[in-house]
Ligand binder design. Structure first.
Ligand code: ZN
Length: 117
């Protein structure tokens, strides 16, 4: 996958991410800005409660999608974007165009869905 293609997928992923979290993030932030009592273990607790809060705000489906989007962006920075996590083959660009945050190629996804139903 060349740089230009990669950049356009990155832009798409970032667009999806901001569509998912945009307003919600601001909501949560203004709630979280209230003075808090406890300082101990703040980092971990804050991260966890932020995740929970976000999940409740946007719903579980959207939240899962968001995780995939963030994972895809992470992989992109490691040069691993577009690789099926199951068979480790490159996922066809046509599929990534439809679902830029997909983790699996079509074959593997079908197998997974068959096994899970
Ligand atoms: Zn695969």
């Amino acid at each position: 996958m060349n740089e230009t293609t990669l950049a356009s997928f990155r832009a798409k992923l970032e667009e999806i991410r901001s569509a998912l979290v945009g307003d919600v993030k601001n909501n949560i932030k203004s709630k979280a800005d209230k003075p808090n009592e406890q300082v101990a273990d703040l980092a971990d607790d804050a991260a966890q409660s932020y995740d929970r809060q976000l999940m409740m705000e946007i719903g579980e489906q959207e939240w899962k999608k968001l995780r995939l989007v963030e994972e895809a962006l992470g992989k992109m920075s490691q040069g691993q974007y577009g690789i099926c996590t199951e068979c480790e083959e490159p996922i066809p660009e046509a599929r990534l165009t439809v679902i830029p945050f997909t983790e699996h190629c079509v074959d593997c996804l079908e197998t997974i869905e068959k096994n899970s139903s």
